[in-house]
Design a protein around this ligand. Structure first.
Ligand code: UDP
Length: 323
């Protein structure tokens, strides 16, 4: 079985490539290495090219003849998407459209899409079910919601195209074997920033908002280990090939931790104390974001192995110490 993985040299993509390789899939990674790394691609060939380069993309389809496509390549930094929306719409929407057109041209029908809980904006109901309305509150979330609408319409057009869209919650941690992990300049994510502060790479950790309507006043997030998320992709692919049904699934554990709880866990796991300061709220942060995950458990039989905050932090810390 041959799978084309766009963005396979990035954080989540590389963990999926590793699992696909371990399970005997033939993988080809298509990545421009703008934020990804050659060393992160542990299996298969890496084609270094931009998704906007249609000729190279066509050549890859012609020569490799993938049976399915997993699409990770995207820009993902919310504040940057606010400053430079065109960059986000071009890469996340236009290039995805071109990828879908190329799939159509070569008769490839199966597509796994990296979506995000950002499509929900500030959800009314927690835990948030997949049926909640799409109400993104920043351009990044808009690009993901737009692609989801394109996928929905395309799957209804009678061409045989089908897809699974996975809405990621707060992805964290690193490969438990320590071979790959998060490696992106100027990270904004809480657990990464916290372990970098423990390491001494950052001077202090800021808590963005301590006056939220939550038990300790800080935001609550559903942190999911990257390897559990990678597993969801393999199950999604199997599901798609077996049932031929298009579906959308939340990817989260269904419970959350506050920013303060995460900081406590990082201090405990690393055995290091570090300065933490209270800072104003970061614009656009919903107070609580937790997935309802019954659907992915029931339909895909997904059973997370690493639903343990300290384990997540430990793998992030082990990885951080190597970088
Ligand atoms: N956060 C924080 N300090 C940081 C980074 C993040 O207090 O240095 C908070 C952020 O405001 C949010 C939560 O941690 O409430 C998770 O943020 P992150 O950027 O990790 O993920 P997001 O939920 O925005 O996708």
């Amino acid at each position: 079985m041959r799978i084309l993985v766009t963005g396979g040299a990035g954080y989540i993509g590389s963990h999926v490539v590793k699992l696909l390789g371990e399970r005997g899939y033939e993988v080809i990674t298509y990545d421009n290495l703008s934020t990804g790394h050659e060393w992160a691609v542990l299996y298969g060939k890496l084609i270094r090219a931009d998704l906007g380069d249609r000729e190279t993309l066509r050549k890859v389809f012609r020569e490799f003849r993938p049976q399915a496509v997993m699409h990770f390549a995207a820009h993902i930094v919310v504040p940057e998407s606010v400053r430079d929306p065109l960059k986000y719409y071009r890469n996340n929407v236009v290039h995805t459209l071109q990828l879908l057109e190329t799939m159509e041209e070569f008769g490839v029908k199966d597509f796994i899409f990296s979506s995000s809980a950002a499509v929900y904006g500030i959800p009314e109901k927690i835990p948030v079910p997949e049926t909640a309305p799409l109400k993104p509150i920043n351009p990044y979330g808009e690009t993901k919601a737009t692609v989801e609408r394109i996928l929905r319409d395309l799957s209804r057009a009678g061409t045989g195209f089908r897809y699974v869209s996975l809405r990621y919650f707060n992805v964290a941690g690193a490969d438990p074997e320590g071979r790959i992990g998060f490696a992106y300049p100027d990270p904004t994510h809480l657990i990464i920033r916290a372990v970098k502060t423990a390491k001494g790479e950052l001077e202090r950790l800021e808590i963005f908002g301590t006056d939220y309507p939550t038990p300790d006043g800080t935001c609550i997030r559903d942190f999911i280990h990257v390897t559990d998320l990678a597993e969801a992709h393999l199950l999604a692919l199997q599901y798609l090939l077996e049932t031929g049904k298009s579906e959308i699934f939340n990817c989260g554990y269904g419970h959350g931790y506050s920013v303060l709880e995460v900081i406590r866990a990082v201090k405990k796991v690393t055995g290091r104390d570090f300065p933490v300061v209270e800072a104003p709220r970061r614009p656009g942060d919903p107070p609580v974001l937790v997935a309802e995950n019954r659907k992915i458990r029931e339909r895909l039989g997904w059973r997370p192995r690493y639903d343990d905050l300290e384990f997540i932090v430990r793998t992030a810390w082990e990885w951080e110490k190597r970088t």
